[in-house]
Design a protein around this ligand. Structure first.
Ligand code: NAD
Length: 494
C-alpha cells in the first residue's frame, strides 16, 4: 500500500508520483512546482510538471484498458465504486485534514467537500438505471428502433485549485461507471488530495489503466487534447483558460464541458428577515475564503433594506474567526496561495483607487501564530458602482461589494450586464418575487433564501454565459449523457 502523501504530516516535502496503468510512476520531468501550506507559507510538496511523452504513455494505457472495461457489466463496474466510496468514508478525517493542509480551507469545509465527493460516487453507482436507453416497437410495420447509450473511450478532466478533493468526482465516477476509462489532471497547486485519493483507489483493485492520474500543467493538458486517442475533456477553472481549451477541443474534435469563472450577485429585498438572512450571507461571501465559484461577490441591497442590512453584515463579518483551518474554532482560512493573496490585495487597492468606500478592511488582520500565512480578513466595500473593477471582475477572495439599488428590475439589469452567469441568490419573503427571479435571472444556479446554490450530485452543476461553455454539465444525468453516445439501432427480422 502506497502512503506517500501522509509524509506531509511529519513535515516531509512530498514529490507525488503519477498513477499510470495501475502503477505509481515517478515523473521523468526536471521541472517542479512548489506547493505551500498557505497558513504557514511552508513548502510541503513539489508537483512534477509531467511531460508529453509520459502523458502519451498514460493515454495508451487508458485506451488499452477500455477494450475490456467497456465489456465489463455495469453491475460489476459499480462494485469498484462501492469499494472506493467505503474507503473514502473510512479515511474521511484524514482526507479532510490533507485538504485543509494543502488548500487552507477550514476543516469543516474540507469535510463538506468530501461529503459531496462521496455523494457523486454514490450517484454514479446508479448507472445500471441511468445508462438505460429506450426503444419502440413498430416504428414501421415489423421494424423496431432503440437507443443504446455506449461508452466511447478515454476521457480526462483538468481541475482547479479551490476544490481539489471534490471537483474530479463530478466526472471520473460517471465516466468509469458508464464504461469509459479516465485520466485526472489535478491542479499543480494542490496535488496531494487527489494523490491520497488515488492511493485509496488503488486498494479498491480496479483493473489496470481504467483510472489514471497525471500531475502537471499545460504540457499534459495540451497532449491530452491533441491525442487522437482521447474523446473528451471536462475542464473546471478560470474562464480565460477554459475558453482557450474549449477552442482547442473544437480544433481536435473533442467533446468538451468547460465550467469557468464567476461573479455572483446576491439580491436582498426589503421584505426579508435580516436576522435569518445574515448567516447565509456570511457563508456565501466568506465561506472557503470567497474562493468558491458559487461565492457571493456583490450584494445588491434593494430599497430600504440597504442601511439595516449594511450594519448587520459589517457586524457579523467582524465576528468571523479567521486562522489555521485545522483549528476547529476557526470559520475562515487563508487564501490558497501567495499569488491569490496578492491578487486579492490588488483588487482591494483598485476598489479604493476607484472611489469605493472601504468600510471593513481585511488587510489589517494579523494571525499571531501564523504570521506568514496568506490571511486576509472579511472585507466590505460600500456604495460600489457597477462599473468599478471590483464589481465586474472575479476577485476570488473574501471581499463583498455592496450596491444599493432601487428595485428588482435595477438589480436584474446589473446582473445581466455582467458577463458571468454561474450563480445568483435572492433573499425575500415573497413567492412572487422569487418566481420572477428564477424566471428572469441568467445564472445557472439560483438560490432562493439559500446563499450557496450548490447542486447535489444527482443534479447538474449548472452555469451560463461566460461561466460555462458546452451543453452538458458535470454531475447527475448530464454526466451520463456526456460520457456516452446515443447509438440508434433499427431492426427488421425477415
Ligand atoms: P486555472 O484556469 O488557472 O487552472 C485550472 C486548470 O487549468 C489547472 O489544472 C491548470 O493546470 C490548467 N491550466 C492552466 N493554464 C493552462 C493552459 N494555458 N493550458 C492548459 N491548461 C492550463 O483555474 P484555477 O485558478 O485553478 O481555479 C480557479 C477558477 O476556477 C476560478 O475562476 C473559479 O471560479 C473557477 N471554478 C469554477 C467552477 C465551476 O463549476 N464553474 C468550480 C470551481 C472553480
Amino acid at each position: 500500500m502506497t502512503r506517500q502523501v501522509l509524509d506531509i504530516m511529519n513535515g516531509e516535502v512530498v514529490i507525488p508520483q503519477n498513477y499510470i496503468n495501475g502503477k505509481w510512476v515517478t515523473s521523468e520531468t526536471e521541472i517542479f512546482k512548489d506547493v505551500f501550506n498557505p497558513s504557514k507559507d511552508e513548502i510541503i510538496a513539489k508537483t512534477p510538471m509531467s511531460t508529453s511523452n509520459e502523458t502519451i504513455q498514460c493515454i495508451k494505457a487508458a485506451k488499452k484498458a477500455f477494450e475490456r472495461w467497456r465489456r465489463t457489466p455495469a453491475q460489476t463496474r459499480i462494485r469498484y465504486l462501492y469499494r472506493i466510496r467505503d474507503s473514502f468514508e473510512e479515511n474521511f478525517e484524514e482526507l479532510s485534514k490533507i485538504l485543509t493542509i494543502e488548500q487552507g480551507k477550514v476543516i469543516d469545509e474540507s469535510r463538506g467537500e468530501y461529503r459531496r465527493a462521496i455523494e457523486n460516487i454514490e450517484i454514479a453507482a446508479s448507472v445500471p438505471i441511468l445508462q438505460q436507453g429506450y426503444n419502440m416497437e413498430d416504428i414501421a410495420s415489423g421494424i423496431d428502433e432503440m437507443v443504446i447509450k455506449q461508452p466511447l473511450g478515454v476521457f480526462f478532466c483538468v481541475a482547479p485549485f479551490n476544490f481539489p478533493g471534490m471537483v474530479p468526482s463530478w466526472f471520473w465516477p460517471y465516466a468509469i461507471a458508464t464504461g469509459n476509462t479516465y485520466i485526472v489532471k489535478p491542479s499543480e497547486q494542490v496535488p496531494l488530495s487527489m494523490t491520497r485519493q488515488f492511493e485509496l483507489i488503488e486498494e479498491a483493485g480496479l483493473p489496470r489503466g481504467v483510472l489514471n492520474m497525471m500531475h502537471g500543467g499545460a504540457e499534459v493538458v495540451n497532449t491530452l487534447i491533441e491525442s487522437p486517442d482521447t474523446i473528451g475533456m471536462s475542464f473546471v477553472g478560470s474562464t480565460s483558460v477554459g475558453e482557450l481549451l474549449y477552442k482547442k477541443c473544437g480544433e481536435f474534435k473533442k467533446r468538451a464541458q468547460v465550467q469557468g469563472g464567476a461573479k455572483n450577485f446576491i439580491t436582498v429585498m426589503p421584505d426579508v428577515d435580516i436576522k435569518r438572512t445574515i448567516p447565509n450571507l456570511m457563508t456565501s461571501f466568506y465561506g472557503c475564503t470567497g474562493q468558491r465559484c458559487l461565492s457571493g461577490a456583490v450584494l445588491l441591497a434593494v430599497g430600504d433594506v440597504y442601511e439595516p442590512l449594511k450594519i448587520a453584515v459589517v457586524d457579523a463579518a467582524k465576528k468571523l474567526t479567521v486562522g489555521y483551518g485545522l483549528d476547529e474554532t476557526n470559520q475562515m482560512g487563508p487564501l490558497a496561495s501567495r499569488n491569490g493573496y496578492d491578487k486579492v490585495l490588488g483588487y482591494i487597492q483598485s476598489g479604493t483607487d476607484e472611489g469605493g468606500d472601504l468600510i471593513l478592511d481585511g488587510r489589517d488582520l494579523k494571525i499571531p501564530d501564523y504570521p506568514n500565512g496568506y490571511f486576509i480578513g472579511p472585507t466590505i466595500f460600500d456604495k460600489v458602482n457597477p462599473d468599478m473593477t471590483i464589481a465586474r471582475e472575479e476577485i476570488f477572495g473574501p471581499v463583498m461589494s455592496i450596491i444599493p439599488v432601487q428595485d428588482l428590475d435595477e438589480a436584474i439589469d446589473i446582473i445581466h450586464n455582467n458577463p458571468y452567469g454561474n450563480a445568483s441568490s435572492l433573499f425575500t419573503s415573497s413567492g412572487k418575487t422569487a418566481r420572477e427571479y428564477q424566471y428572469r435571472v441568467n445564472a445557472g444556479n439560483i438560490g432562493i433564501n439559500v446563499g450557496i446554490a450548490a447542486p447535489i450530485a444527482s443534479f447538474p452543476f449548472s452555469g451560463m454565459k461566460d461561466s460555462f461553455l458546452g451543453d452538458l454539465h458535470g454531475q447527475g444525468r448530464d454526466s451520463i449523457n456526456f460520457f456516452t453516445e446515443n447509438k440508434v439501432v433499427i431492426t427488421r427480422w425477415f
